[in-house]
Design a protein around this ligand. Structure first.
Ligand SMILES: [Zn+2]
Ligand SMILES: [Zn+2]
Length: 378
């Protein structure tokens, strides 16, 4: 079956694969129509808090056949990879945060402000956990992010960008309860506690159309993930590098390596135990530098406790999930990406929009007179 994906620059012939053998070997964004009953999961960030070109920090994009799109964590550096997916900022405006470490929330400003400039017509919506005190919760984090970007927001309003898309709306929920935190359009997202240094961190389960995506941010192996992850279609769980790798690669003394690698986080062996306890259709481990000299030991350790289907995730890995099959591939990630929607398209879709719409309102009078007089040209 063929269809047309239309953007403001080109029309691409897009296919809609319905069997594993109909997919290309690689995923080329904008060339495949997602089936009505299909889920596409893209690993945007699979690395560690110290950002590097090959791996951004934790971020997963989940696209559903009903048109819904969600971020699960939005760690530092992930929005560059998100651009390569060519998904519209108007669709990708909902973010679930597992906890408030920068490697899980650090690119929220890049989505929020970058998407606003790229013609997003809606606010960004964020769901995240409370903490043991108000200032350790997601609402506090977002409120102060907004304050920190006061100059940014005020200058862009003065520069002509409209108010509503600059909003970031937060819904903080009780981290200590297993509860549904989102239910709309046939999609249910359940949050449940995780164990990671302080009170607050959570993990998530998304259910839609008989398919499930279960996601841990950072956590020690815990019973809530096992309870909520049962028979998941795709179970994504953090696994750290091994203790010897922490000592060798990061120079940690042994006691610190054991603490970080097996208590603050989940060791590969413990990650395998979690997967064995939930029996997913596909188990996906992430949150380590996935290199030729680290991956074999991590895989061996995971396989020592789990012998089911397993992927060690790396950035730009794509999973197409249906009831019949799960297709795992790499995205061909173009780097010179422009925003997928033009100002004109945005203006046509929404009556009130940015440049070119009736909301255009550039206000140069916000500058001091002496700066205006310093212009070489009027
Ligand atoms: Zn963390
Ligand atoms: Zn982390």
């Amino acid at each position: 079956m063929e269809n047309k994906e239309i953007t403001h620059r080109k029309i691409t012939t897009a296919t809609r694969p319905t069997k594993p053998e109909e997919y290309r070997d690689h995923y080329y964004p904008k060339t495949e129509i997602l089936g009505d009953d299909e889920m596409r999961i893209t690993a945007l960030g699979t690395g560690m808090p110290n950002l590097r070109p090959s791996q951004a920090s934790a971020a997963w994009l989940v696209e559903l056949g009903n048109g819904d799109t969600f971020f699960f964590d939005i760690g530092t550096g992930c929005i560059a990879g998100f651009a390569s997916t060519m998904v519209s900022y108007n669709r990708a405006n909902k973010v679930f945060l597992s906890h408030l470490h920068s490697d899980h929330c650090g690119d929220l400003p890049a989505l929020w402000i970058g998407g606003w400039v790229a013609n997003r017509a809606t606010p960004v919506y964020v769901w995240g956990p409370s903490g043991s005190r108000p200032e350790l919760g997601t609402a506090y984090f977002v409120e102060h992010l907004r304050k920190a970007y006061t100059w940014d927001i005020e200058s862009r309003h003065a520069g002509g960008l409209l108010q509503p898309p600059s909003e970031i709306i937060v819904e903080e929920f009780d981290y200590s309860k297993t509860q549904v935190v989102y239910e709309e359009n046939g999609v249910t997202v359940t949050a449940f506690p995780a164990i990671h240094i302080l009170d607050g961190p959570v993990s998530f389960r998304l259910d839609w159309n008989g398919l499930s995506f279960v996601y841990s941010g950072d956590t020690h192996a815990n019973r809530w993930y096992v309870e909520n992850g049962q028979n998941a279609d795709v179970a994504v769980h953090e696994s750290f590098i091994t203790v010897p790798q922490l000592m060798e690669k990061q120079g940690f003394p042994e006691a610190q390596a054991v603490k970080i690698g097996t208590e603050v986080h989940t060791s590969p062996e413990a990650c395998g135990e979690v997967f064995a306890a939930i029996n997913p259709r596909l188990a996906v481990a992430y949150h380590f530098f996935n290199d030729w000299d680290t991956a074999p030991d991590i895989r061996d350790a995971l396989k020592s406790t789990y012998d089911g289907p397993l992927v060690l995730a790396t950035d730009n890995m794509v999973f197409n999930v249906t009831k019949e099959y799960i297709k795992t591939r790499m995205m061909v990630a173009a780097e010179d990406i422009w925003p997928p929607e033009s100002a004109q398209e945005a203006a046509e879709r929404d009556e009130v929009m940015h440049f070119g719409g009736r909301g255009w309102n550039y206000d140069p009078d916000k500058m001091s007179e002496w700066l205006v007089e310093g212009q070489l040209h009027d």
